[in-house]
Design a protein around this ligand. Sequence first.
Ligand SMILES: [Zn+2]
Ligand SMILES: [Zn+2]
Length: 386
Amino acid sequence: MDSQFITLAAGCSEFRHSLHRKPELSGTEFSTREALIAELKALGFEPQTFSNHQGIVALWPGKDPSAGCVALRADMDALPLREESGLAWASQTPGVMHACGHDGHMAILLGVARWLSQRGERHARGVKLVFQPSEETGNGAPKMIADGILENPKVEAMFGLHGWPELPAGTVAVPDKAAMAGVDNFTLTLRGRGGHGAMPHLTRDPIAAAAALILAAQTLVSRKTSPLDPVVVTFGSISAGEAPNIIPETCTLRGTIRTFDPAVRSSLLADFETLIRNTSAAHGVTPELGWLDACPPTMNDPNMAVLARNAASEALGSQNLRTSNPSMGGEDFAFFLEKVPGAYFWLGLGMDRGPLHNPRFDFNDETLAAGIAVFAGIIANYCKSA
Ligand SMILES: [Zn+2]
Ligand SMILES: [Zn+2]
């Protein structure tokens, strides 16, 4: 790898540690925004901010101001988790932690800003650096799109990365099509008729209905969906009742459905609703279903995936390219990729610091240089092809 990226990364790791000490939950990334703005201004950028979220857009103009630009994105938020890493730069905010490595993503994008500013060169296309809040809650990207960040200058292609512990440190994997799953979260309340636990025939038991529904829902995966289409139906929460001898009035279930293919998604959701209606009717309870936090699958553009893969191969050597299956996790970068072609890829971190969302997780500083180098290569390759 080019030594300039290793030098850049050394400075960026200190910045990452400062972000790691002060993690902020989705929607409250105020001091994170302040720290990024100070760094970007010092580099000569004029960062744009917004009134309804903590996102930042910093444009490095291209040679032709009327031409489009390429956008690179880093997410900013942390998680509600008590850090147990024992590191010198561990979170100083109890119960909040950068356990998904978004501090590393921001440090990499700041590294790209430093690289652009130090070289001082204008490219054929502009480069838009997008720092996005509220990824973990899935609503940061839609807010930034609504604010028009994909226009003026028009974003023609967009790229994002995520640190990935399952891949060896410093490697990169770029899926050709689906990278992350579509997410449909739901809350379902089954309303029955409460009564004495010893006289169930006088009641309409929502717990028995819920039990039947949870088991039947697994057949949506095993009997209704092709074995070649990956889907997940998970009930993550169930709550009902206060006492052993009282049949409650209601039972509330919460869960998540994950899919990749839009057609599979719509038929699965329709089948799920039919199953709820019919199971509820059989048990004499009334269902109230609410869909929340929907996020489409993160779909890479095959040409942009090739571009990102070439950039990674040039920057890191082809021996550091990996293939990887898509993840059933969700990612609101999907909303950007619905609007513009682009690619989302994984930067291998190695497993030394545990899996994502773990209380002992930490971003691997040794991979920051690779992240900066691949983004820089994407800019160069995109400007060549545009
Ligand atoms: Zn996460
Ligand atoms: Zn994440």
